[in-house]
Design a protein around this ligand. Structure first.
Ligand code: B12
Length: 249
C-alpha cells in the first residue's frame, strides 16, 4: 500500500473509532461518484477525488448514543434532540482530527433556495451503504401522474436506519478508492413496487422498513419516540424518565 493509501486507511479507522461504538455506520466515497449521478445544481463543489464519509444511524444508536447524550448533556429546547446528539458526535470526530479540514453537512440542512444541501439517499447508494430504490427501478409502473419518492434499503437493517450526515475532507484526495456497489436486497419487481407503495402511502405503519428480513430493528421505545410529533418529543423524554425536567434549558 502506498503511503497515501495507508494515511487514508488510518483516517478511516479514526472516523470509525469515533462513531461505531455509538451505533453509527460509516462508508467512504469520492465526491465524484456522487456528482456523477446528479444534475449540476446538486453538485458538491469539491474536486472529484475528494474523500467523504456517509454516516448512518443504526437501531442501536438510540441506546448507545442518544440516551446517554440526553442523560449527560444540557439539551437545548430549540433543536430536535436526535439532531443535537448526531451533531455532538460528528463534531467530536472533527475535534479528534485537529490537523484535518473537515466539512460536515447534516441531512436536515437546506440551502436558501430550499433544496437540501446534499441528497442523503444518493450519497448512501454511491457509497455502497444502502441501495436507493427509485421509481425508475420499476419497469411496470402503476402510479401514473403521482409523485413517488424513492427509499434506501440496508441489507442488514432494512429500513430501520437513518442517513445523518456527510463528512467531507477537502484536503484528502483518494484517486485510488474503489467503488463498492450497494447490495440489491429488494431484487424482484413485485417487491420493489410493494416497497415504494409502503414508503409513499403507509410509511407511518413502519411496514416498509421490514421489506426484507432484518438483523435488528427499532425497539418499541424507540418507535414511540420517533412516532411522537417533534414538539411532543421533549415531553416524551420527560415522561419516560430519560431526562429530568430540570436538566435542560
Ligand atoms: C425533503 C424530504 C422529504 C419531503 C419530500 C420527499 C422527497 N424525497 O423529495 C417529505 C416531507 C415529503 C418527506 C417525507 C418523508 N421522508 Co424525507 N427527506 C427529505 C430530505 C430532507 C430531502 C429529499 C429531497 O429533497 N430530495 C430531492 C429529490 C429531487 O431527490 P431524488 O428524488 O432522490 O432525485 C435525485 C436522484 O434521483 C438522483 N439520481 C438520478 N439518477 C440517479 C441514479 C442513481 C443510481 C442514484 C443513486 C441517484 C440518481 O438525481 C435526482 C436529483 O436530480 C431527505 C434528507 C436529505 N438531505 O436527502 C429526507 C429523507 C429522504 N426522508 C426520509 C424519510 C424516512 C421520510 C419519511 C418516512 C418521514 C420520516 N422522516 O420518517 C417520509 C416518507 C415519504 C412520504 N410518504 O411522505 C429518509 C429516507 C431514508 C431512506 N431509507 O431512504 C431521508 C433520507 C432522511 C434521513 N435522515 O434518513 N421527506
Amino acid at each position: 500500500m502506498g503511503s497515501m493509501e495507508s494515511r487514508v486507511a488510518a483516517l478511516e479507522r479514526r472516523v470509525r473509532g469515533c462513531l461505531c461504538d455509538f451505533g453509527f455506520e460509516v462508508s467512504p466515497l469520492k465526491v465524484g461518484w456522487y456528482n456523477a449521478v446528479l444534475q449540476p445544481s446538486f453538485h458538491l463543489r469539491y474536486s472529484e477525488d475528494t474523500l467523504a464519509f456517509i454516516v448512518l444511524s443504526t437501531p442501536s444508536m438510540f441506546d448507545r448514543a442518544f440516551k446517554p447524550f440526553v442523560d449527560k448533556q444540557l439539551l437545548k429546547k430549540i433543536n430536535d434532540p436526535v439532531d443535537q446528539c448526531v451533531s455532538y458526535h460528528l463534531s467530536l470526530v472533527k475535534e479528534s482530527l485537529p490537523d484535518q479540514r473537515v466539512d460536515i453537512i447534516y441531512d436536515y440542512e437546506i440551502l436558501p433556495n430550499r433544496k437540501p444541501k446534499f441528497l442523503a439517499q444518493t450519497a448512501a447508494h454511491v457509497a455502497g451503504a444502502a441501495y436507493y430504490y427509485q421509481r425508475k427501478d420499476v419497469r411496470c409502473d402503476p402510479w401514473g401522474e403521482k409523485k413517488i419518492y424513492g427509499v434506501c434499503i440496508h441489507p442488514r437493517y432494512g429500513g430501520w436506519f437513518a442517513i445523518r450526515g456527510l463528512l467531507i475532507f477537502p484536503d484528502v484526495q483518494v484517486p485510488f478508492l474503489e467503488q463498492v456497489a450497494p447490495v440489491d436486497c429488494v431484487a424482484s419487481e413485485e417487491k420493489r413496487i410493494e416497497l415504494l407503495k409502503k414508503f409513499n402511502f403507509h410509511w407511518r405503519d413502519w411496514s416498509y422498513r421490514d421489506i426484507i428480513e432484518v438483523k435488528e430493528r427499532y425497539s418499541e421505545e424507540q418507535k414511540a419516540y420517533f412516532a411522537a410529533p417533534p414538539a411532543e418529543r421533549f415531553k416524551w423524554l420527560e415522561l419516560q424518565g430519560v431526562v429530568q425536567r430540570s436538566v435542560y434549558c
